[in-house]
Design a binder for this molecule. Structure first.
Ligand code: LLP
Length: 413
C-alpha cells in the first residue's frame, strides 16, 4: 500500500501539517476509532465460555485510552502501583483490575491488597510475601509456561531463560505455602511473550496451562496472557493477525479442558499491543539532511527518547514522508537513515531504508506507535516528553496529554 494514513483516513480529514503546527512536534496522534475497534475485537476472543479481555496497560496508560477500555467492557491488567493508580484515575473499579507484578515490595503488594485487587504472585517468594501480608486471602499464581515467543529475545517471557513465573516443577511448593498461610488460589495466569503473528506457540502454551490447571481445584479463572501481533510492515501489505482463525483453533482446546475439569472457569487474555499499537502515529519534523560516506541521514526531532523501540529491539516501524501534509509518493525510493536529535549513534528510526526522498521541513510520520511508544518515553538529553493528541470519532481533535515543559523537568530538584 502506498500510504496507510490515507488508506484508513487516519487523521479524519485533518491536515497533519495543521496538527503539527498547532501542537508542535514531535507529537503522538491517536485515532479513537482504530483503538476502539481493536478493543472490541479482543473482547470477543472467546464467546462460548465466560471470558474477559484484560488490556495490558503497560502498552499505554494514557487515561483517555484507559477510559475507552472501560467503556468497551475490557478489563485491565496492571504491573505496578503506578499503573493501578492510572486505572483508578480513569475510573476503573477494583474488581476490573488484575495486578500482575514482578518482584514487588511489601508496600506495593499491600497497596493492591488494601483495595481487594486480585493479585498474581510470580515466584514462590512473592507468594510467601502475599501469605504474610494477607493470611487467609485469595490470590493467583503466574505459571512459567515453559515455552516462549516474541519479536525479540528481550520480550520473551516464558521458558527456562526468563525471570517470570513459577515453574511447573515447583507447583507442590505452591500448595505448601498455601497451607502455611491458608491461602486460596483463585486463578492461574501466564504470558509467553510479546508479538507473535502465528498463534501456534500461544496455542501450545494454552494447552500446557490447561493441563497444569487440572492440578488446581476450583479455579475461578485462567488467564492465557497477551502477545497478539499487529502488522508493522503494513506498507508492504503484511496481513493483520488472523483473529478469526485463532479463535477457531482455540475453542476446541478449551472445550476439551472444560469437559475434563467439569466446569468452565472465567477465561482471560491479556493483550496490550493489539489494543493500541495501530491506533497511533508520531509526527516529527525534518530539521536537517546530510550525506555521510555514502549514507543519507534524515535528522528529525523523533529521538530515541520519543520512541525507543527501534534502538532497543531493532524494531521496524513503517515511515511515511509528508510534504505540505500529504504523503510523498513511494514510486521512487532512495535508501535513507532516519534519525533523531539524541547524542547516541543508535538514535535511529531506520537504517538504509528505501523511502521517498525527504527534505528539510517535511514531516516524518512513524506508524504503529500506540503500544510501548509513549509509555517507554524518557527525558534523555533533558528533552521534555511529547504531547499526545486524539482524533476523536467525530473528527475533532483533543489534546490528551500536554507536552512536558522545561519547568516540569526542573520541578523535582
Ligand atoms: N501480560 C503480561 C504479564 C506481560 O508481561 C505483557 C507484556 C502483556 C500481558 C502484554 O503483552 P502484549 O499483548 O502487549 O504483547 N516493550 C516491548 C514489549 C514488552 C512486553 C512486556 N510484557 C515492545 O515494545 O515490543
Amino acid at each position: 500500500m502506498d500510504s496507510y494514513i490515507n488508506h484508513v483516513d487516519f487523521f479524519k480529514g485533518n491536515n497533519p501539517e495543521d496538527i503539527a503546527r498547532e501542537y508542535g512536534t514531535p507529537v503522538y496522534v491517536y485515532n479513537e476509532d482504530v483503538i476502539r475497534a481493536h478493543m472490541k475485537s479482543v473482547a470477543q476472543v472467546i464467546t462460548k465460555y465466560p471470558y474477559t479481555a484484560n488490556y495490558s496497560v503497560k502498552a499505554n496508560t494514557n487515561i483517555h485510552i484507559l477510559k475507552m477500555a472501560l467503556e468497551e467492557g475490557v478489563n485491565c491488567d496492571a504491573m505496578s502501583e503506578g499503573e493501578i493508580r492510572m486505572l483508578e484515575a480513569a475510573g476503573f473499579p477494583y474488581d476490573r483490575i488484575f495486578f500482575v507484578p514482578n518482584n514487588v515490595s511489601r508496600e506495593e503488594m499491600q497497596y493492591a491488597i488494601d483495595r481487594n485487587i486480585m493479585t498474581s504472585c510470580d515466584s514462590l517468594s512473592q507468594l510467601e510475601q502475599y501469605g504474610e501480608l494477607n493470611p487467609g486471602g485469595k490470590c493467583a499464581v503466574r505459571i512459567n509456561p515453559g515455552v516462549g515467543a516474541g519479536h525479540h529475545e528481550k520480550v520473551v517471557t516464558g521458558g527456562k531463560k526468563t525471570k517470570f513465573g513459577i515453574s511447573e516443577s515447583d507447583i507442590d511448593e505452591i500448595f505448601k505455602i498455601c497451607d502455611k498461610y491458608n491461602l486460596t488460589i483463585a486463578g492461574i495466569n501466564q504470558h509467553i511473550g510479546s508479538l507473535f503473528m502465528e498463534p501456534d506457540p500461544y496455542l501450545d502454551a494454552v494447552t500446557n496451562l490447561l493441563r497444569i490447571a487440572k492440578r488446581f481445584d476450583n479455579l475461578e479463572f485462567i488467564d492465557f496472557g497477551g502477545g497478539y501481533g499487529i502488522p508493522y510492515h503494513k506498507l508492504d501489505d503484511q496481513p493483520e493477525y488472523d483473529m478469526e482463525s485463532f479463535k477457531k483453533r482455540l475453542e476446541p482446546i478449551i472445550d476439551s479442558f472444560v469437559a475434563d475439569y467439569g466446569k468452565a472457569p472465567l477465561f482471560k487474555s491479556e493483550p496490550g499491543r493489539y489494543c493500541v499499537a495501530e491506533g497511533s502515529v508520531i509526527l516529527g519534523r525534518v530539521h536537517a539532511t546530510k550525506d555521510n560516506s555514502g549514507h543519507h541521514f534524515i535528522g528529525t526531532d523523533i529521538g530515541m527518547n520519543v520512541l525507543v523501540r527501534p534502538s532497543m529491539y531493532d524494531s521496524w516501524h513503517d515511515i511515511e514522508i509528508l510534504r505540505d501534509g500529504k504523503p510523498v509518493s513511494r514510486d521512487s525510493l532512495t535508501e535513507q537513515n532516519v534519525c533523531g536529535n539524541i547524542c547516541e549513534s543508535g538514535d535511529l528510526l531506520c537504517k538504509d531504508r528505501p523511502l521517498p526522498k525527504a527534505i528539510k521541513g517535511d514531516l516524518v510520520c512513524v506508524l504503529d506507535t500506540g503500544a510501548y511508544g509513549y509509555s517507554m518515553c524518557s527525558t534523555y538529553n533533558s528533552r521534555p516528553r511529547p504531547a499526545e493528541v486524539l482524533v476523536k470519532s467525530d473528527g475533532s481533535l483533543k489534546l490528551i496529554r500536554k507536552r512536558e515543559t522545561y519547568e516540569d523537568l526542573l520541578k523535582l530538584m
